[in-house]
Design a protein. Structure first.
Length: 292
């Protein structure tokens, strides 16, 4: 994937490189938020919520939270404020069967806000289908997200403004934000990814943007040396400038091997655009762009 070795190993195995962390289990259907009898440390006795499991984690211990239910219901937005924590959905008994093996996370009916707010570094969120709330991003970043190496992998985003939003500049992942193998669904009302923070070396790779609001990826922060590779864009309008990728600010980005189709049947079947920004209207670079 082109990441530094620790994250590559973590993603491929589903576990941190350091084996000393504590493993916790969560299941909102069967669990209870209690420490009695060793609850939370065995799969047959899980906690009820991810928020409660996070409260038991220790910074820099490389703790892992496994969500073992097919549908996880949370009673408040999940604030990931512990460094070096992995939160992983196990692909069991998905309501959509083998074709959708991610664990669903739904907010409770009274919850307002997104699903995850990341406020720490060395965080991995993997294998979830996230259903947010109207007008809010599914994942955003808090003011304390000054650490490095936040990784979001194999997630699917539905119902919200953006799937992932960073910024404004004060709310920033500083370096090495990686968004890998994710799906952005048509119920997102503002776009797939809004990168409005500062920072360096973000990576967006192998993602699919399915008929969502345009631009699908918008970069407005002063972000350097990013990469967008091997992504696919199903656009909702013909020949819209910046419909897939809109670079409003940023320097030394590399954008390669992406595909986009516009809204006409002919183009969908026979004319997938390639990322040649001088000739194809779906890409726009307005400021910066020394890497193009």
């Amino acid at each position: 994937m082109g990441l530094y070795p620790k994250v590559e190993e973590s993603i491929s195995s589903g576990l941190p490189q350091d084996p000393d962390g504590q493993i916790f289990y969560v299941d909102s259907q069967e669990g209870t938020n209690s420490l009695a009898g060793g609850r939370g440390t065995r799969r047959e006795k899980p906690f009820e919520t991810i928020t409660y499991a996070l409260a038991q984690c220790v910074d820099n211990r490389n703790d892992v939270i496994f969500v073992t239910t097919a549908v996880q219901v949370e009673d408040q937005p999940i604030v990931v404020n512990k460094t070096a924590v992995h939160i992983i959905g196990l692909p069991n008994n998905s309501p959509r069967g083998a074709n959708e093996a991610r664990c669903w996370i739904f907010p409770d009916s009274h919850v307002s806000g997104g699903v995850f707010t990341i406020s720490a570094g060395d965080v991995v969120i993997k294998n979830f289908m996230l259903w947010g709330t109207a007008g809010e991003p599914c994942i955003d970043f808090g003011v304390d997200a000054q650490g490095v190496r936040q990784t979001i992998v194999d997630c699917s985003f539905h119902l919200g403004s953006y799937g992932i939003k960073t910024g404004p500049a004060a709310n920033q992942p500083s370096h090495y934000l990686a968004i890998l193998g994710c799906h952005f669904g048509p119920t997102l009302t503002s776009g797939g990814i809004l990168h409005a923070s500062n920072g360096s070396w973000p990576l967006i790779e192998d993602c699919y943007f399915e008929s969502i609001a345009m631009p699908n990826i918008s970069v407005t922060g002063g972000i350097a040396a990013g990469r967008i590779r091997r992504c696919q864009f199903m656009l909702t309008a013909d020949d819209t400038i910046g419909g897939a990728i809109d670079m409003g600010n940023g320097t030394r980005w590399i954008i390669s091997d992406n595909d986009a189709n516009d809204a006409t049947p002919t183009a969908l079947s026979t004319n997938p655009y390639r990322d040649t920004p001088n000739t194809n209207a779906w890409f726009r670079n307005t400021v910066g762009g020394a890497g193009f």
